[in-house]
Write a protein of this length. Structure first.
Lengths: 494, 322
């Protein structure tokens, strides 16, 4: 129980008033940047680095950790209320959460997101405390072949989002895949589909497309509806917080989301988005109310929100244990470690154990703080929706534009945002689902890069995908996801 | 408002002197802007921020850092050339990686359209294998490369970047067919590191600092470092002393927009020179483990031309550039 004792010492470090203050500063700042699309935790920590140079490292890291968790929290708020995901990890939250908000159940959606994030963050931190070595070994087992098979498995989850018309859903997916091809090809450095615009060389940002399709597309769609002119105010129905029934339907998705999110965060190319897709898919398959999915199912918010927060805890596993950054934010944290002459890895735990365990303890504290900060605010947040719709959607447009501009100070991105927004408007008008487009954009480039890397390493031999045991298992799972429901249906009909 | 401004400046000065503890000679630069043609957090961004801090502490006004990420820095380069032309208050960080990106992207803007100011720092590259690898020395690696270049999958950073160029230079020096080089680019140092540690690639190439921890803890075995001679405090043999005649520094430099007159150019040269020679900058170098490779003005311009020739040749050999 060495870890336990060390953790208790960590709490002693983190619970000093000054460190509690840094934690509070971190979670508050994190919530704010999560709300604004574009500005993410990576950018914020980079900007804070020079300021924190003279700070005690423990305090600085406690603040950064709070900021990282807080950003995931804040992002869910705007996804649910304004259909504007601030981070790519909360795109799935917008899918069900915003429908719930429109039905007047925004408070329940916000609560399940906040409590789910708390549960996932706490369990994820527990896993980080006691199971880090196991997950590190697991993470290193994944090479390009395994990642490709994992992406194939993730692609099957798109079936949960295709909507009523399969051909429309697939068309949306293909549009997303096409967006993903734009930019510099990662394996050869050659430009693809850039049509001579240097700004397209860096590719089309996921946040630009997500905000364009969800927020701008919807604002344009609402403006085209005559109902908007009557300035209907969205009603807030029922109790502000979750009902007993909603609790009952949330707790299992929280746990399953955590179980999916944490390992993905620990994978060097895992990310926070894919576990949210998997979680949404899983909840839709397991729920007793599949007909509610797409019409405001609370499971569809609870699961993905838990998954993205657990993934954040997972990211810290390879960072602290191996010095391996698995996300942009982790890379900045690594730079921060170096600023204090600390070298993450096995030596960090022995050399600077006060700092490491203080940091881990502060993750528990940060989680509690976020819950305390966010739950009372739920009632306040949902009032946003009582703004008359023309003003609300006008505000959403301003807010999206501001957020996307802050992404890389590029007017080109703004142009792109509105082009994608018009595409989103047309898709809504002709009843194409938008979520498959985002999934195509996120998974397409990852799958392609890993596929080509795997073949490059094997010198063109495609059998690697089935001869690597882990890869074979993942492909078999993907096949099962597609085939088993078909067989079940046949059996039922006979 | 005026009074508040004074307070803020006083506070900033207090901070600056607190940080660096020195009386700074004043720099006569107004509204300085430094473009970091990359996302926040990477080497170019940190170079821009550190330089801006040092120059601001020495009296340069402004000192904002603008991130213009994308395409190996060529998006930022296009902005510098098209929109900042003739402006004597703008600097941009660049480096060897940008050179490769210009070539592979077939970029319409190139480095010789800019005003060279100075090479600032550099980092040498390491060639590593997983601890369990059968390859013990660079000679083992060279032998394997000669026998079958495709069988040596190198993992490293972006295509056409410094890591890729070094892999090509090693293959060429080894007498192997460069066109058959099997280089697998990864996005971000973390992914490449995981691929090497997990044994998914045969060897890995990266800046020394990025993987120093794993080399020290024994999870990675360093076969060689790409410096011309041994580096103090780093117990790794150079490529040259092991018979592979290659040295390569991943240098970072500072350039200015085109169309500057001599007075503007000299003001920038002088300001950067003063900053680089300050104690504050030396402190930054030790803190970040950057090697000082300061080379100002025309000499830097000549280096750019030489490096461009070498990079073009090797990337053509690899087949990334026609």
């Amino acid at each position: 129980m060495d870890s336990f004792l060390a953790l208790m010492n960590g709490f002693a470090t983190a619970l000093t008033p000054i460190n509690l203050m840094w934690s509070l500063v971190g979670v508050t700042l994190g919530t704010l940047i999560g709300i604004l699309p574009g500005i993410g935790p990576a950018l914020t920590i980079a900007l804070l680095l020079p300021v924190t140079r003279n700070l005690d490292p423990t305090g600085a890291f406690i603040m950064f950790a709070g900021l990282y968790y807080g950003a995931m929290y804040g992002s869910s708020t705007t996804s649910i209320l304004l259909n504007t995901p601030g981070e790519s990890g909360s795109i799935m939250t917008a899918v069900e959460g915003n429908v719930m908000a429109k039905q007047g159940r925004g408070a329940a959606a916000l609560s399940t997101a906040a409590i789910g994030s708390f549960v996932a963050g706490t369990l994820g931190t527990l896993a980080l405390t006691f199971l880090a070595p196991i997950f590190v070994k697991l993470a290193l087992l994944f090479g390009p072949a395994e990642y490709f098979s994992l992406m194939i498995m993730a692609f099957t989850t798109v079936s949960a989002l295709l909507g009523a018309s399969i051909s429309r859903g697939v068309a949306a997916l293909l549009l997303g895949l096409a967006f993903g091809l734009v930019g510099t090809d990662i394996l050869t450095g050659q430009p693809r589909l850039v049509f001579g615009y240097p700004s397209l060389l860096r590719g089309i940002d996921i946040v630009v497309v997500a905000v364009g399709l969800f927020a701008v597309g919807e604002a344009l769609f609402m403006a085209s509806q005559s109902s908007l002119r009557t300035a209907e105010i969205l009603p807030i129905k029922g109790s502000l917080f979750m009902t007993r029934e909603e609790w009952r339907r949330s707790w299992k998705p929280w746990l399953r989301g955590t179980a999916l999110g944490f390992p993905f965060g620990a994978l060097p190319a895992g990310g926070t988005e894919i576990p949210t897709f998997l979680s949404y898919f899983l909840e839709k398959k397991l729920t007793k109310h599949p007909e509610e999915f797409g019409r405001g199912a609370i499971e569809g918010v609870a699961g993905p929100e838990a998954a993205n927060n657990a993934a954040v805890a997972g990211v810290l596993v390879p960072l602290l244990a191996l010095g391996l950054p698995t996300s942009a934010t982790a890379a900045i944290l690594l730079a921060a470690f170096e600023q204090y002459n600390l070298q993450p890895g096995p030596l960090l735990f022995s050399g600077s154990s006060t700092l490491v365990w203080g940091l881990i303890a502060s993750l528990y504290i940060g989680n509690v703080m976020l819950l305390v900060l966010n739950l009372p605010l739920v009632g306040l947040w949902v009032r946003l929706l009582s703004i008359p719709q023309p003003l609300l959607y006008g505000g959403i447009l301003v807010f999206s534009t501001l957020g996307v501009y802050s992404l890389s100070n590029s007017t080109f991105d703004l142009l792109l945002l509105f082009i994608v927004g018009i595409i989103g408007f047309l898709m809504r008008r002709h009843e194409f689902p938008v979520a498959p487009c985002i999934i195509g954009l996120i998974l397409g480039p990852l799958a392609e890069a890993q596929f080509r890397r795997a073949l490059s390493i094997s010198q063109g031999d495609p059998s690697v995908f089935v001869t690597h045991p882990l890869s074979a298992v993942l492909l078999a799972l993907a096949a099962a996801v597609i085939i088993v429901p078909i067989i079940l249906r046949r059996v039922k009909h006979v | 408002m005026k009074r508040r401004h004074v307070f803020v400046s006083l506070f900033a000065m207090a901070l600056a002197t607190g940080c660096f503890g020195m009386a700074a000679p004043a720099l006569a630069l107004d509204d300085l802007r430094i473009i970091a043609p990359a996302k926040p957090g990477g080497g170019w961004d940190q170079t821009a921020r550190s330089l801006s801090e040092v120059m601001a502490a020495m009296g340069a006004k402004g000192g904002t850092v603008e991130n213009v990420p994308g395409a190996g820095g060529t998006v930022g380069l296009a902005q510098l050339i098209d929109q900042e032309k003739g402006k004597g208050n703008v600097l941009m960080v660049n480096g060897l990686v940008m050179m490769g990106a210009i070539l592979t992207n077939k970029s319409p803007v190139t480095l010789d359209m800019t005003t060279p100011i100075a090479r600032l720092t550099g980092e040498y590259e390491v060639i590593v294998v997983p601890a369990a690898s059968e390859l013990k020395t660079v000679n083992d690696l060279v032998a394997k490369l000669k026998a079958d270049p495709g069988a040596v999958a190198f993992g490293g950073g972006s295509a056409g970047g410094t890591d890729h160029i070094l892999a090509g230079l090693i293959a060429k020096a080894a007498g192997a067919d460069v066109a058959k080089l099997n280089y697998v680019p990864f996005s971000g140092g973390g992914e490449a590191l995981a691929a090497v540690m997990g044994g998914h690639v045969v060897a890995g190439i990266s800046g020394y600092g990025e993987w120093a921890g794993q080399i020290k803890s024994g999870e990675l075995r360093a076969l060689a470092i790409s410096s011309p001679e041994r580096q103090a405090g780093i117990d790794i043999a150079t490529l040259k002393e092991q018979g592979v005649d290659v040295d390569l520094a991943n240098w970072r430099a500072i350039i200015a927009p085109p169309g500057l007159d001599d007075a503007q150019k000299n003001a920038l040269l002088g300001a950067v020179d003063a900053a680089v020679k300050s104690d504050a900058w030396k402190k930054v170098l030790t803190e970040k483990n950057w090697t000082d490779l300061y080379l100002p003005g025309d000499d830097f311009g000549k280096l750019v031309a030489a490096e461009n020739a070498r990079t073009t040749e090797i990337l053509k050999g690899i087949g990334l550039v026609q």
